[in-house]
Design a protein around this ligand. Structure first.
Ligand code: NAD
Length: 298
């Protein structure tokens, strides 16, 4: 199966979905972007436009190409408008139940040859695929890294029934986006998050049990192990809610108590401290003196 990609759909216009949509646009595709939250969709459209303008100011693309790319963006609230898309990738909340409901709908509205992909960080592709009537043909894990326009990697996950044709077509699209592809078997967390999330969780345990300050934990990992960001900074960047969800998927899928999310991480999420996207996580990203003070004691 050689798929000539012309149009893709992206469901979920948050941090990941907006970045994936941008990649499609600058690589010549028509992109249908949907979010259940109208404000999130408006934010996504604005951030894509600003980000493409930045590419123009850096001389990476011409003014004409940027304007053509933005004209190929269709923001919508109707899933049916994705009926002609060659591939639809979902980047909605990390919940198996909600993603399955979406795949049932995508299965219903998409054309017979469409590939349905999930940007899930950890949830079983095989189980998501089982919600559709054509698991062999369509469902695949297409896991972009954050932020998708910048990060070079896409992790591709074949579910138990995903066909090789679907894999090859998805790989070709990732390569058209300029990405390096790695392949993972369909086990919770795949490759990257299987290794990364327990490290982040352990950093929270170090903070929780008073081993060191957040700054020293992050500096230790940056300068001691040559990571560009410390694990706590990275957790804020990913979203603490996303980190908790992934730990729970690892715990359920791999059945080992070592994956139980650290109580401090859970407490932050319960308190609405979701990381950069909310302005407050382990660190504070806006000037709220009282919150900043309380954050710095931890
Ligand atoms: N944040 C990361 O670093 C990262 C990296 C790789 C993969 N992922 C995965 O990508 C997915 C999205 O993560 P994110 O960080 O972009 O989250 P986010 O919270 O920034 O965005 C999710 C968006 O999906 C929308 N949404 C939720 N349910 C929906 C539905 N049923 N239909 C339509 N829209 C819906 C929300 O309104 C929101 O705008 C998750 O599966 C996550 O695990 C995240």
């Amino acid at each position: 199966m050689t798929v000539e990609f012309e149009a893709i759909g992206v469901v979920g216009g948050g941090q990941m979905g907006s970045g994936i949509a941008q990649l499609g646009l600058v690589h010549g595709l028509r992109v249908y972007l949907l979010d259940s939250d109208a404000q999130a969709l408006a934010r996504a459209s604005k951030s894509i436009s600003m980000s493409i303008q930045r590419l123009v100011s850096k001389g990476n693309i011409s003014e004409a190409d940027a304007s053509a790319a933005l004209q190929r963006l269709h923001c919508t609230s109707k899933l049916e408008e994705m009926k002609d898309c060659d591939l639809i990738v979902e980047a909605i909340v990390e919940s198996e139940e909600i993603k399955k409901k979406l795949f049932i709908e995508l299965d219903r509205i998409s054309k017979a040859s469409a590939i349905l992909a999930s940007n899930t960080s950890s949830i079983s592709i095989t189980r998501l695929a089982s919600a559709t009537n054509r698991p062999a043909q369509v469902v695949i894990g297409m896991h972009f890294m954050n932020p998708p326009p910048i990060m070079k990697l896409v992790e591709i996950i074949q579910g138990a029934q995903t066909s090789d044709e679907t894999f090859l077509a998805t790989k070709a699209l990732a390569q058209r986006f300029g990405k390096t592809v790695i392949c993972s078997q369909d086990y919770s967390g795949f490759i990257v998050n299987r290794i990364l999330m327990p490290m982040i969780n352990e950093a929270f345990y170090a903070l929780y049990t008073g081993v060191a300050t957040k700054e020293d934990i992050d500096t230790g990992m940056k300068l001691g192990t040559n990571h560009p960001m410390g694990p706590l900074e990275l957790a804020d960047f990913i979203g603490l809610d996303v980190c908790v969800s992934i730990m729970r998927v690892l715990q359920a899928g791999l059945g080992d108590a070592k994956y139980i999310p650290c109580p401090l991480l859970v407490q932050y999420v319960d308190a609405g401290r979701l990381g950069r996207k909310q302005g407050l996580g382990v660190y504070s990203y806006h000037k709220l003196p009282e919150l900043a003070k309380s954050t710095s004691r931890l």
